[in-house]
Design a binder for this molecule. Sequence first.
Ligand code: ZN
Length: 240
Amino acid sequence: MPIKSIYLTIDDAPSMHMGKKVAFLKKHSIPALFYARGEHIKKYPEQIINAINNGFLIGNHSLSHPSFSTITLQECFDEIVATEQLIDECYAQAQVRRPHKVMRFPFGDRGAGPDGAQAHTERQLIHVQQIQHFLKENNFSQIIFGMHKDSFTDSFIDSLWDWDTQDYKSKHIQNFMLYLERLNAFCDTYTSESAIMLVHDFDGNHQLFELTMQFLMAQNIQFLDYVFLTNNMLPKNHCC
Ligand SMILES: [Zn+2]
């Protein structure tokens, strides 16, 4: 099993159980990044404020979780801006200066399809570039996953992942053994030393969070921290 370390990312926050995740991570000194969905922030703003007060960074995961390849450019901007306002309000409430703005698109759809799909048409390419340009203009930071294989070749400002635990699937929520088998299978077949792991913060899947953490700790997998590249540190020939 070559995998030795992971960067932990948690999408679709907040849920009603986010506070338990925050407490667990804090107790074990595990760095993690929460990407919040605007509609969920409206429901549980106190959960985001609590995470901020415990030192966790809150990233943008859109307002209503659309596929950015299927909506207009203006709708993409509106999704990002509306969520930014909600996140900013939480930082203001927490009386903490927001250190970085980071983005993860729903389904990893940067504007050309899920999982970071590449643009196949000129129109898609422009759509993707305009969204990236918007992030840059609005001072979003790129995360450098220091130990990670793609860190210095990926020119996009948002972040994808390479280990999707699929902890949102009902077959895994109903069958922990099946879920653990999936985690094991990933470790058996993954060939790099580090991975960016994706877990989810939903109301209905909290049990899988602690199970995941215990699995990782039992394997002695290390949790790595993040480095951020701000706009003026980005390379000159940056993608957009
Ligand atoms: Zn999501």
